[in-house]
Design a protein around this ligand. Structure first.
Ligand code: MN9
Ligand code: PYR
Length: 309
């Protein structure tokens, strides 16, 4: 049996952390890691969408992961997203991730070119072969990647014994069931994990069978997702739903800004928790002065929702 309990729970997607000049701030990375440990999350998902992976160089991504590991080792489950859109760099990051002792590596499919399934499988399997003692998580996010995980591609990937999970960010919640069914058929009950991706569907995703969640808005309001998760574990659906409604209203508010969602969240963490994580990298839009009331309102909504717990 695999130990899948380390994946069961709330796993914030880690934000890119920059200094005032826009360089990687390893100090920011360590501070955010400590902050999330103190909040009691299960793990972190490093270098994914929220980590602005596609805007960072290989060496930067290694430095971020090393800084996370320096604080998180033994305290959090660490899943390192290593996809770079070319095989060689992804393989290098996979090898590096194993060398620093992550629990799992993860990757999106290759983006832009719509490659055949055998090429996507080869891309993922080569990363996995570079981290042979590390579990592998398939990141399905068709609306951004341009390619969706099909059942035939998942079945092909399940031939690789390191494949332990799908992080599913597609919007039909029943995809969670379908991927889980296939994983359990190949591995047996208790040996395969599906993570809920869309934060707006955290409760729905958990109810239909997601073991945990990985999400881009967890780090700014972990208390809400931890509380939803606890309520679901106890079968308290109405209580979970009430918190989900609050979280969704907050997400919609944060998305009203001109600046990117990640810029909004990092600004809220700066104001609310004193974390200096910088802005976002171009071409993502930064905050503008007109975003101020939106940021302030979203922060107030988060504080009010946490106060109700
Ligand atoms: C499309 C996308 O970025 N999905 C993220 C990961 O699954 C989510 O965590 C979102 O950031 C979140 O649901 C806010 O819309
Ligand atoms: C949101 C998410 O899961 C990511 O940052 O990849």
């Amino acid at each position: 049996m695999k130990d899948i309990t380390k994946y069961q729970g709330v796993i914030p997607a880690f934000y890119a952390c920059y200094d005032a000049e826009g360089n990687i701030s390893t100090e920011g990375v360590r501070a955010l890691t400590r902050h999330l440990i103190a909040k009691g999350v299960k793990g972190v998902y490093v270098g994914g969408s929220s980590g602005e992976c596609i805007y960072q160089h290989v060496d930067e991504r290694k430095a971020v992961l090393e800084a996370v590991m320096s604080e998180a080792k033994g305290k959090l489950t660490v899943i390192a997203h290593v996809g770079c859109n070319n095989t060689a760099d992804s393989v290098e990051l996979a090898r590096h991730a194993e060398s620093v002792g992550v629990d799992a590596i993860a990757s999106i499919p290759p983006i832009y070119f719509h490659l055949p399934e055998y090429a996507i499988a080869k891309y993922w399997n080569e990363m996995s072969a570079a981290a042979p003692n590390t579990e592998f998580v398939i990141y399905n996010i068709p609306q951004l990647a341009g390619t969706g995980l099909t059942m035939s591609l998942l079945r092909e990937m399940l031939k690789n014994p390191n494949v332990v999970a799908v992080k599913n960010s597609s919007m039909p919640t029943q995809d969670i069931q379908m991927f889980k069914d296939a994983g359990i058929a190949a591995r047996g009950e208790g040996n395969f994990v599906v993570f809920n991706g869309p934060d707006e569907q955290f409760v729905s995703g958990r109810v239909i069978g997601a073991d945990g969640g990985i999400g881009g808005t967890y780090a700014v309001m972990p208390e809400l997702y931890l509380a939803m998760n606890e309520h679901i574990n106890k079968g308290e659906i109405e209580a979970a739903r009430a918190i989900q409604y609050d979280a969704d209203r907050i997400i919609y508010k944060m998305c009203e800004a001109h600046g990117n969602l990640y810029a909004v969240q990092k600004e809220i963490l700066r104001r609310m928790c004193g974390l200096e994580l910088g802005g976002v990298r171009e071409p993502m839009p930064s905050l503008i002065p007109e975003d101020e009331p939106i940021v302030a309102e979203a922060q107030a909504m988060i504080e009010a929702a946490i106060a109700k717990l």
